[in-house]
Design a protein around this ligand. Structure first.
Ligand SMILES: Cc1cc2nc3c(=O)[nH]c(=O)nc-3n(C[C@H](O)[C@H](O)[C@H](O)COP(=O)(O)O)c2cc1C
Length: 273
């Protein structure tokens, strides 16, 4: 098992945290996370998908409503089409298993209708948010389970670039929305994937009340850490984290088509009242 101090230091890019807790396999898996964007063609052992879904279903779910589902895509043709809808990301084609995590209000609609009962609350933004949170918690449990089995993963938010086309490709009924995808497979060991540093805890951890202005120092420090990370990884990212991040939110165009998400959700049966 890697040294916990080393894992923590890699996560923050510096000597970071002293804690009087005993290290364990779960912490090791969580702290070792890195997204994987190059996969071997090797198939997954049988039963892997079912274990990942059991882990996903073990996550907490709001009011036990279980307002999520997942579509497991292994078909080469379908992965190719999904990749095209997600900016041609090669890892979607390459991974043996592509999971599409769904905010799913169709099941509740269906059971209400099957008993002739009203389901007006499903039209509200709150229920869409609940289903999206449920899907994210489930997916993250599956991600951690996959990583604990030596598999690699990467989330694919670009599933939201063309929501109606994704829905049609996966035969989603109304009231179901693909929140994101997740590539799963064995990492290609010839392609290095480093642990990416995160912001210092002093910018994300607030004690008792929130403080914004006090984060400047931590952010400046993180800019230095990330500049060093980009150059160590030979990543061609101009500027620092602040510059890179601000560019991502500069205009509606930087949303890669997701600026029309509200309209797409209405088309998919989410009135978002
Ligand atoms: C909801 C979500 C959507 C993401 N979408 C993409 C994506 O479309 N393509 C991609 O290569 N990475 C995607 N990522 C991965 C992030 O870029 C990655 O998690 C982040 O840079 C931190 O790196 P790490 O996961 O290696 O620590 C996504 C991550 C999340 C949580």
């Amino acid at each position: 098992m890697p040294n916990p101090t080393e894992l923590l230091n890699r996560r923050y890019g510096v000597d970071a945290v002293n804690a009087d807790v005993s290290w364990n396999d779960s912490l090791n898996t969580l702290l070792s996370h890195r997204s994987i964007r190059a996969y071997l063609a090797d198939p997954l052992p049988s039963g892997t998908l079912e274990i990942l879904v059991a882990a996903a279903q073990s996550a907490s779910t709001s009011s036990n409503l279980q307002t999520w589902s997942v579509v497991a895509v292994e078909d080469t043709n379908r992965k190719e089409k999904l990749s095209q809808l997600a900016k041609n990301q090669a890892h979607i084609r390459q991974c043996p298993l592509f999971l599409v995590w769904l905010a799913d209000l169709a099941r509740l609609t269906h059971i209400a209708e099957s008993r002739g009962l009203p389901h007006e609350a499903l039209d509200y933004l709150e229920m869409f948010l609940m289903a999206t949170i449920d899907a994210a918690l489930a997916a993250q449990n599956a991600t951690v389970a996959a990583e604990s089995l030596g598999l690699g993963t990467v989330y694919i938010g670009a599933m939201r670039n063309h929501p109606e086309e994704v829905a049609s490709l996966l035969n989603l009924p109304p009231h179901v929305f693909a929140v994101f995808g997740l590539c799963v497979g064995y990492p290609d060991p010839s392609v290095a994937a480093a642990i990416k540093p995160r912001l210092p805890q002093s910018s994300v951890l607030h004690r008792e009340t929130y403080r914004l202005a006090e984060q400047d120092e931590a952010i400046a420090h993180y800019n230095d850490v990330m500049k060093a990370f980009y150059s160590a990884q030979q990543m061609n990212i101009p500027g620092d984290w602040t510059e890179h991040s601000v560019k991502r939110v500069a205009s509606a165009e930087s949303l890669s088509g997701r600026d029309r998400l509200g309209e797409a959700l209405k088309n998919l049966g989410f009135p978002l009242r």
